[in-house]
Design a protein around this ligand. Structure first.
Ligand code: SF4
Length: 428
């Protein structure tokens, strides 16, 4: 039996796919990278973007016509299990039923959307996509209930993994050659709150500093009002922790933030950015913005533009608002910003962000930056700086190697440079 996974959506989904692949590999079931040879296709769905849910629905029909068995997992599966069964899915597993994947592909389980928590076995390591950079879930679910978002309903309330279990997983990953670790969570900086024993992301990052083989630690996504001074101090005091904070503002208007049920004001958000920059002047900020939320006026949008100008994000994901079934916003608010207005605002914000990114990147031209190589594309190697800028350069360098690159050209996306030296870190 050959199983192929098609994954939609966020990093959490990508990691969930890795975990399911690990369970199958451990059970001796072949996981393949080419859908053409698959006996069974597992669609790991995302409910955040309408497109990915629709894509999954239409793919089921096409695969069934070709006689290929189909299973569905992920966020849309969690809330629409019966719909998927009706459309021909052989099994449907929710976000907390990853460990049922072996039974499901063997035809022993049809639906599992229960709330039970499963333990991640360290032996799942062989399911990881990348040899040197591993993603580690540290907290699942979300307690925030933003009105536009379905995640608290599909992934449940926040549940943090015990710190010692995570440290053991990172130690095991380091032994198998992983030298970059990204800690993942819908709200990664809420990590530990539910454990009520003083555990926090700051403490976890401090604890893993003892694991010297890991060159770089990343974490995402952070919720603005959960980011503590303690975390900022820990990042500042350890050179192996990324200087990039992904802190989605979603809007610059207090009125819209309130309608979204975001738990901070514009002033509090800007104050947080100032606190970060005061302690870590070289820090970069990433974010997400929703454009055209119900009732968003030109004035509200101007507030967003001015917030973007003030923060100067190194990366900003823009999404036009569209109501997601089952969310509070879809029930309470009319999607009343016309599509052409959303498009105009998207174009305006996108042009501004382009300008900002170009300016930020141009400051690096002529300078040498240190990157860890993550792959090759079109004959060039690429990797990321510690503040999360993508750098391409000529030459073949192994994944995971740390190199210095002199930047010769900047764009609003990646930077381009020349390899100047390979770096060997001496563990301290
Ligand atoms: S913080 Fe808001 S947007 Fe993020 S997962 Fe939770 S409810 Fe969704």
């Amino acid at each position: 039996m050959k199983v192929f996974f098609k994954t939609y959506g966020c990093q959490m989904n990508v990691r969930d796919t890795e975990i399911m692949k690990g369970y199958l590999s451990n059970a001796g079931i072949e996981v393949i990278n080419n859908i053409k040879d698959a006996d069974i296709v597992v669609l790991n769905t995302c409910a955040v973007r309408e497109k990915s849910a629709n894509k999954a629905y239409s793919l089921i029909g096409r695969l069934k016509k070709r006689g290929i068995r189909v299973g569905v997992t992920g966020c849309v599966a969690q809330i629409n299990a019966n719909e998927f069964k009706a459309r021909g899915a052989e099994f449907v597993l929710g976000t907390r039923a990853l460990n049922s994947i072996v039974d499901a592909v063997k035809g022993k389980k049809e639906i599992d959307i229960s709330d039970h928590i499963f333990e991640i076995d360290q032996s799942m390591l062989k399911g990881r996509n990348k040899a040197r950079h591993a993603w580690v879930n540290i907290i699942s679910g979300c307690d925030k209930f933003c009105t536009y978002c379905i995640v608290p309903y599909t992934r449940g309330r926040e549940i943090s993994r015990p710190i010692n279990e995570i440290v053991k997983e990172v130690e095991a990953l380091a032994k198998t050659g992983h030298n970059q670790i990204t800690f993942l969570g819908q709200n990664v900086d809420s990590y530990g709150k539910d454990l009520k024993d003083g555990t926090s992301l700051a403490k976890l990052l401090e604890e893993v500093q003892k694991i010297k083989e890991v060159e770089r630690f990343w974490f995402l996504t952070s919720y603005p009002s959960d980011l503590t001074d303690e975390l900022i101090e820990v990042v500042a005091s350890h050179e192996r922790i990324s200087r990039n904070f992904h802190l989605p503002p979603q809007s610059g208007s207090d009125r819209i933030l309130k309608l979204m049920n975001r738990r901070y004001t514009r002033a509090e958000y800007l104050e947080l950015i100032n606190r970060i920059k005061k302690v870590i002047p070289e820090a970069t900020i990433g974010g997400d913005v929703i454009i055209g939320f119900p009732t968003e006026t030109d004035e509200d949008f101007e507030e967003t533009l001015s917030l973007v100008k003030e923060v100067r994000f190194i990366r900003l994901n823009l999404a036009p608002y569209s109501p997601r079934p089952g969310t509070v916003a879809s029930k309470l608010y009319k999607d009343d910003v016309p599509i052409n207005v959303k498009k105009e605002r998207m174009a305006k914000l996108s042009a501004l962000q382009h300008e900002i990114m170009l300016e930020l990147n141009e400051k690096l031209v002529g300078r040498e930056v240190e990157i860890i190589v993550e792959g090759r594309s079109k004959g060039q190697s690429y990797g990321r700086t510690i503040d999360n800028r993508m750098v391409f350069f000529e030459g073949k360098v192994e994944d995971g190697e740390k190199v210095k690159v002199k930047i010769v050209r900047a764009t609003a996306g990646p930077l381009y440079g020349e390899l100047s030296k390979r770096v060997v870190r001496i563990a301290k």
